[in-house]
Design a protein around this ligand. Structure first.
Ligand SMILES: *[C@@H]1O[C@H](CO)[C@@H](O)[C@H](O)[C@H]1NC(C)=O
Ligand SMILES: *[C@@H]1O[C@H](CO)[C@@H](O)[C@H](O)[C@H]1NC(C)=O
Ligand SMILES: *[C@@H]1O[C@H](CO)[C@@H](O)[C@H](O)[C@H]1NC(C)=O
Ligand SMILES: *[C@@H]1O[C@H](CO)[C@@H](O)[C@H](O)[C@H]1NC(C)=O
Ligand SMILES: *[C@@H]1O[C@H](CO)[C@@H](O)[C@H](O)[C@H]1NC(C)=O
Length: 411
């Protein structure tokens, strides 16, 4: 979740202002060797930090600011005459180090360098994760139960909404399954019994812009996408293949006038016809979206792509799983949920467009550039998701070889 404190940091005050460089003039210097030394030293600091701590501890540890005091600490014994001649370049270097003014800046610095270290898969860890999850989810599997089907729900069953938490003394908000809903549900889940080789989950972050990752994404056997981002305009960066795409019911309200008129229905149909296979609709997240969401099933029945209804029980189970593991209390994002589903049905999982920061460090030291919240629209951070917490978990999955996170250029 992006709290007001963070929102302020992300939007009113861009992250770049949290960085300071000790000496701005030398920072712009053309001195290549200085830049090389700086880069090597920076990476060394990170590498040491990373390889001496385990990932979990690391993510919780505040990055240690690399200040002049630490590097300029006088040696216990007088240095031999020879290295003394290097002293000058050393002190030059320390003037160009990052000074982390904000905790967010430290995180950005650390995470980004973390992702630049070579990645390798670890099937042992992947299997361990699966058995841990399956212990809890033996009755509700991702492949069969991530959506509502004629098999996992019956008429008059009560569905508990997935995004409300229990309030003491109050009943949980529920929906009684109607005959009409039953008629709109598929016989079985499209993922039932599926096992894919390579999957990609495409998030919404603006980090995808100019990434050239489209080709790589399209080489996947199965592509999960978030929030019905338009495909064609972002073909090069985000690819065209789509097998399961999530759609937030609020979009049906905002962009398609709650499907009130014929014209609204046809523009809805046109907008989703760009996707292949399936659209995943969380109709039972919060109550206010349900009617419009169910209406879309009625008006769109039997067409392609298929509209599937998220299973609130499965979503809640996944949320509970992560809550128990210190995830925090804010709702999971659909992107994170998709990663969880992908981990159950895919051998190799690649993540693109997951980046909780509004900035990225450039390869040349001292430079940062802005990263839009979404790659396809001008939306500002509005969601109450715990993006930073989620990202910490995803990074650790990357580190442990369960999935590979891509946060740079693909070419
Ligand atoms: C996978 O991770 C485990 C630790 O959980 C480690 O013991 C094992 O060596 C790793 N395997 C590979 C191939 O890196
Ligand atoms: C799974 O279903 C069985 C029988 O229906 C039930 O006894 C068991 O408690 C369920 N397990 C979980 C984790 O819900
Ligand atoms: C569901 O409940 C309604 C009203 O209580 C009843 O008429 C109907 O037969 C029930 N349907 C099923 C399949 O039990
Ligand atoms: C995924 O969608 C692409 C088209 O976008 C299709 O060619 C491919 O067969 C689909 N993959 C699976 C496993 O259904
Ligand atoms: C819905 O349709 C009406 C015409 O009947 C149109 O004026 C309106 O702009 C449409 N709304 C949206 C959000 O597309």
């Amino acid at each position: 979740m992006i709290d007001t404190h963070m929102a302020r940091r992300y939007h009113i005050k861009p992250l770049r202002h949290n960085f300071q460089v000790y000496n701005r003039s030398s920072f712009h210097s053309e001195n290549i060797s200085m830049l090389v030394i700086l880069t090597i030293a920076t990476i060394t600091v990170c590498t040491i930090t990373y390889f001496t701590a385990n990932a979990r501890e690391l993510m919780e540890t505040r990055a240690r600011p690399v200040g002049t005091s630490r590097l300029a600490k006088p040696p216990k014994t007088p240095p031999p005459a020879e290295p003394m001649s290097n002293h000058k370049s050393n002190s030059h270097f320390t003037r160009n180090l990052w000074n982390f003014v904000a905790n967010e800046a430290e995180k950005l610095f650390l995470y980004q360098h973390f992702l630049e270290t070579p990645w390798k898969p670890n099937t042992t860890n992947q299997q361990m994760w699966r058995s841990e999850w399956n212990e809890l989810a033996s009755n509700l599997t991702a492949d069969k139960d991530f959506i509502l089907t004629q098999q996992n729900v019956k008429e008059n069953d009560s569905l508990t909404y997935s995004l409300y938490r229990k309030v003491k003394g109050k009943p949980m908000k529920q929906f009684k399954v109607t005959k009409k809903l039953m008629d709109n549900l598929p016989n079985a889940s499209p993922l039932d019994g599926s096992h894919f080789g390579r999957c990609s989950v495409v998030g919404n972050s603006g980090i995808l812009l100019d990434s050239d990752c489209g080709k790589q994404i399209d080489q996947s056997d199965y592509v999960f996408r978030c929030n019905t981002a338009p495909l064609e305009p972002f073909r090069c960066d985000a690819g065209m293949k789509s097998n399961l795409t999530t759609m937030n019911p609020s979009i049906i309200e905002r962009r398609f006038n709650c499907l009130k008129k014929e014209e609204n229905i046809s523009s809805f149909a046109k907008a989703i016809s760009q996707y292949n296979d399936d659209i995943w609709l969380p109709c039972f997240g919060i109550q206010s979206h349900t009617q419009t969401c169910l209406k879309s099933l009625d008006v769109y029945e039997g067409l392609n792509p298929r509209l599937l209804v998220a299973n609130p029980a499965h979503f809640r189970l996944v949320w509970d799983f992560w809550r128990e593991r210190k995830f925090g209390t804010e709702p999971l994002s659909t992107g994170f949920y998709l990663v969880h589903v992908a981990l159950s049905v895919c051998e190799e999982i690649h993540l693109y467009g997951f980046w909780p920061f509004s900035a990225q460090l450039d390869p040349s030291p001292g430079q940062v550039h802005d990263i839009p919240y979404h790659y396809f629209d001008n939306l500002k951070v509005t969601k109450n998701h715990n993006m930073n917490k989620e990202f910490q978990i995803l990074l650790q999955m990357h580190k442990h070889g369960l999935l590979q996170m891509h946060a740079g250029k693909c070419s």
